[in-house]
Design a protein around this ligand. Structure first.
Ligand code: MLT
Length: 257
């Protein structure tokens, strides 16, 4: 991995492939290895950049609070470093929140947007409260709290659950807490997304227990030009459960550039 200094942190990223620049933003509380299975299906068409979001993987964690928008600014810093003016930006779940914030902050840099198992809506007041409660538990008991509670809801595929659990277990407590608070504070970007003038693809499993497919349908209703790729039988991790179908969905973005 390569590491750059941006916005006061060390940001690590991997790169593979050739073609149109495509940034893949992982979900919570994971790192760039979440893309391991899908990357080989994309690297013939895209120049892939796979950062570890702030605090995760090999990127440094910071103790002060930050927002999803700050995480999006880290990605702009990465693209500046790479001298990439415009890219396709794809995010899984929390990575989708970062991708949406990037598209809001830097619309002129977005060639296309892909949201996998994500949503544009903000947290409900109860959802925010739940995140703060989990953050307090993580501070006391460590990341195992999240590994235990999240893993069974990610997928019905035991291989995927085991793989994701190993990723979660190696994450830094401060990153997990920081991201929980950042997600709780994120804005509702549905209305903003509905004005998008770049292609949008929504990839969602019909068996997602964490972010139900209704959230993606909501985006499709607000932005009829978005292409919806529903993956039958997929849970929250389609890029691991059905990597070739997920890649095919994302490749629709390449067709529309
Ligand atoms: C994720 O997978 O990134 C999280 O489930 C997103 C969330 O908790 O909202």
């Amino acid at each position: 991995m390569e590491i750059i200094s941006v916005n006061g942190i060390d940001l690590a990223y991997a790169r593979h492939g050739r073609g149109t620049p495509l940034v893949l933003l992982h979900g919570f509380p994971l790192d760039h290895t979440a893309w391991k299975e899908v990357a080989p299906f994309l690297e013939n068409d895209f120049n892939l950049f796979l950062p570890d979001l702030r605090g995760f993987g090999q990127s440094t964690a910071i103790e002060t609070s930050y927002s999803i928008s700050d995480m999006a600014d880290d990605i702009a810093g990465l693209l500046d470093h790479l001298r990439v003016e415009k890219a396709v930006v794809v995010g899984h779940s929390m990575g989708g929140y970062v991708a949406l914030a990037f598209a809001r902050n830097y619309p002129q840099r977005v060639l296309g947007l892909g949201l996998i198992s994500s949503q544009a809506a903000a947290d409900t007041p109860e959802g925010k409260e739940r995140r703060y409660k989990i953050a307090a538990e993580v501070a006391e008991q460590g990341v195992m709290v999240v590994a235990e509670s999240m893993t069974p809801k990610l997928s019905s595929d035991v291989r995927v659950r085991a793989f994701v659990r190993r990723i979660i277990e190696r994450q830094n407590i401060s990153a997990v807490i920081g991201a929980l608070k950042a997600m709780a504070g994120r804005e509702d970007l549905l209305a903003h997304l509905s004005t998008a003038n770049f292609p949008v693809v929504l990839v969602h499993g019909d068996a997602d227990m964490l972010i139900p497919i209704e959230r993606a349908n909501e985006i499709k209703a607000a932005l009829p030009s978005a292409q919806m790729v529903e993956i039958s039988g997929a849970g929250h991790m389609p890029m691991m459960e059905f990597p070739s179908k997920t890649a095919r969905g994302l490749s629709l973005l390449a067709d529309r550039l």
